[in-house]
Ligand binder design. Structure first.
Ligand SMILES: [Zn+2]
Length: 406
């Protein structure tokens, strides 16, 4: 059993042209005209491969290759991107899934369980928040009505955009019976490249904690106000930013901490900042580590704000627990990587994926392939064709293992 590397490479090229940026990246936000063109191309390829194509009420696309009985092995990912993103994030999982089906056809292999390709709507959350919106609805974790009412920056509703591009489908967006869910994805980190390995056998997805902090200082003139009477919200925020970094280096291990958003009021050159809002993102495979990190954030914020004499509100408002993948699927991926002759290791995903929601309703697993320089969500995103070939072969063999020969 083998995949057709040349055919896969051509598909990557062709799909990558829709929404391509001048510098070799991709800007294909969910439910835009480019998303519609990419979906139309995928649907055409799926029909050419003889798949029975259906679309659900969230615009998720399914293409089934029949088996002799039982629920399908679902393979797929997403084809939306972030603005000036890359050509591999999401796309690769969908195209390796399609190549898996084409390779099964080439070999004339019939499977017991059907093999079903899935393309999820709005995984990135770049246009409509939150991320992984449509797999979240399918898993019953997000209400359909809330998803429909999500609005983009221009106030356009998701449901109206689904309808506009012709992908407001008739099938209910609910948990489906599945033999397994399997997603190939780029690693988006440096681990595989540093180790010189082609395949990551993903055991689970990190626990994530999000917090928001608002600091209220005293806005005043940058000239006549002496330093001794100032209550500068940004000075306190700066201490928090460095403290959040220090929490990760103090606790160590796999913990990563980020302040990614900072909004300063009034944000002008000649006023002492009156208020600052900032975000704190912390991730670790172990929930207990996040508990400890949150306590350290509480203490660091209290100390920084006391020193500057400012008030604050700190809210730990969102948390996802560690998502373990199903051991039988992880083992199938490991066997497949071995059979494909790929160098591999077991690892944890530091980013969220549709597989996270699928894990709530099906035995799920993921396959990672390397990201050059560990980079993603940028135009430089790149995975070498040799690695893609090994990853795709791993997906093919794992899917076949789980589906079973008829
Ligand atoms: Zn992705």
């Amino acid at each position: 059993m083998r995949i057709d590397r040349k055919r896969l490479e051509r598909s990557i090229e062709e799909l990558g042209r829709i929404g391509a940026t001048e510098r070799g990246g991709l800007s294909r936000l969910a439910l835009t005209d480019d998303d519609r063109r990419a979906r139309d191309l995928m649907v055409r390829w799926m029909r050419d491969a003889g798949l029975r194509v259906g679309v659900d009420r969230m615009g998720n696309i399914f293409g089934e290759r029949p088996g002799t009985g039982g629920p399908p092995v679902m393979i797929g990912s997403h084809i939306d991107s972030v603005p000036t993103g890359g050509r591999y994030d999401g796309q690769l999982g969908v195209l390796c899934g399609l190549e898996t089906i084409r390779a099964l056809d080439d070999a004339g292999v019939r499977t017991r369980h059907p093999v079903m390709l899935v393309i999820f709507t709005n995984e990135e959350g770049a246009r409509f928040q939150p991320a992984m919106l449509a797999s979240g609805v399918m898993a019953g974790k997000i209400a359909l009505e809330d998803a429909y009412n999500a609005r983009d920056r221009d106030g356009r509703r998701l449901v109206d955009e689904l309808e506009r591009i012709g992908y407001l489908g008739p099938e209910p967006c609910v948990p489906r019976p599945m033999r397994a869910y399997l997603e190939l994805h780029i690693e988006q980190g440096p681990v595989l490249e540093e180790a010189g390995l082609a395949v990551g056998v993903v055991e689970g997805i990190v626990a994530i904690s999000w917090s928001r902090l608002t600091i209220h200082g005293v806005q005043d003139h940058a000239g006549p106000t002496p330093m001794r009477v100032r209550h500068d919200a940004l000075v306190a925020a700066a201490e928090v930013v460095t403290a959040v970094r220090r929490i990760a280096t103090t606790i160590g291990g796999d913990l990563v901490t980020t302040v990614g958003h900072l909004a300063v009021q009034p944000d002008i050159v000649n006023a002492i900042p009156g208020s600052v809002a900032l975000s704190i993102d912390m991730r670790d495979p172990r929930s207990e580590t996040l508990d400890r990190a949150r306590e350290m954030v509480d203490a660091a914020v209290a100390a920084a704000c006391a020193r500057e004499g400012v008030r604050y509100e700190l809210e730990h408002y969102w948390r996802v627990p560690y998502t373990p993948f199903a051991p039988e699927v992880v083992d199938a991926v490991e066997r497949a990587a071995g059979a494909a002759g790929a160098g591999y290791r077991r690892m944890i995903s530091g980013a969220g994926h549709d597989a996270q929601y699928m894990a709530a309703i099906a035995p799920a697993g993921m396959i990672f392939v390397p990201s050059r320089g560990g980079r993603s969500h940028c135009e430089e995103e790149f995975t070498a064709m040799d690695d893609i070939e090994q990853g795709a072969t791993t997906l093919l063999l794992a899917a076949l293992d789980l589906a079973g020969r008829a």
